[in-house]
Design a protein around this ligand. Structure first.
Ligand SMILES: Cc1cc2nc3c(=O)[nH]c(=O)nc-3n(C[C@H](O)[C@H](O)[C@H](O)COP(=O)(O)O)c2cc1C
Length: 207
């Protein structure tokens, strides 16, 4: 079956994309509002945009009733964020933090989430997150201002905190950092089940 995007409504396109582009890692983003409220929200339209320099990309799916969610508003106003990586044990509290809290309510206070001060940016991170990327806003790309259109936030990584408990010989061990991924609907996966594959060395084959 083929689907013509021009004939789909935004909700249908959304469902086809989130149901197939899986599992998506979750950026649990803390930001400070202009008046100093520490906000926290999960975003799964998230990936690496560049390693040299290190840049992360997170996309806001525009809400129907306003132009920006608190994260984008705060990033534009105060320019900094912490991208907290969601260990499996944080799944429930991460999910609770996506509730539609008003801008003057901190999810940290509302949900009793312990914060940790950052080294190089003003917003605190989530203390229990084993990896935290401290970032400064590089650019916001407006793909579309329509409801369910996207604003892509590109952020420069200025410090990476990694809890020593997930490090082996200075590298993050996949069996120690168990993260969760977002699937379609309300489904999630985790990284408990893994398999390894060596990449082919094509050059030597051609000789
Ligand atoms: C696991 C998960 C992933 C989400 N991913 C996104 C996303 O990629 N983009 C988005 O706009 N909203 C996403 N949401 C919804 C936002 O978290 C939600 O709209 C939240 O209220 C935004 O908070 P804020 O206004 O404090 O930024 C996600 C929610 C959950 C639970």
């Amino acid at each position: 079956m083929n689907f013509d995007p021009l004939l789909l409504d935004a909700q249908q396109s959304y469902r086809l994309m989130v149901g197939s582009i899986t599992p998506r890692p979750i950026a649990w983003i803390s930001t400070l509002s202009e008046s100093g409220v520490l906000n926290l929200a999960p975003y799964s339209f998230f990936t690496v945009a560049s390693c040299n320099p290190p840049v992360l990309s997170i996309t806001q799916v525009n809400p129907r009733d306003r132009t920006a969610k608190d994260t984008l508003t705060n990033l534009r106003a105060t320019q900094e964020c912490v991208v907290n990586i969601v260990n499996e044990d944080l799944a429930d509290i991460m999910n609770a933090s996506c509730g539609d809290y008003p801008p003057d309510v901190s999810e940290f206070l509302a949900l009793d989430i312990e914060s940790a001060s950052s080294l190089l940016v003003k917003p605190d991170g989530v203390k229990a997150a084993n990896v935290r990327f401290e970032c400064k806003l590089r650019e916001v790309l407006e793909i579309s201002s329509l409801p369910m259109g996207g604003h892509m936030m590109l952020v420069d990584v200025v410090n990476i905190y990694v809890n020593e408990s997930v490090l082996v010989d200075g590298q993050i061990a996949p069996n120690l950092l168990i993260t969760i991924g977002k699937l379609g609907g309300d489904w999630y996966s985790n990284t408990q089940e893994r398999f390894e594959m060596q990449r082919p060395v094509v050059n030597s084959f051609l000789k």
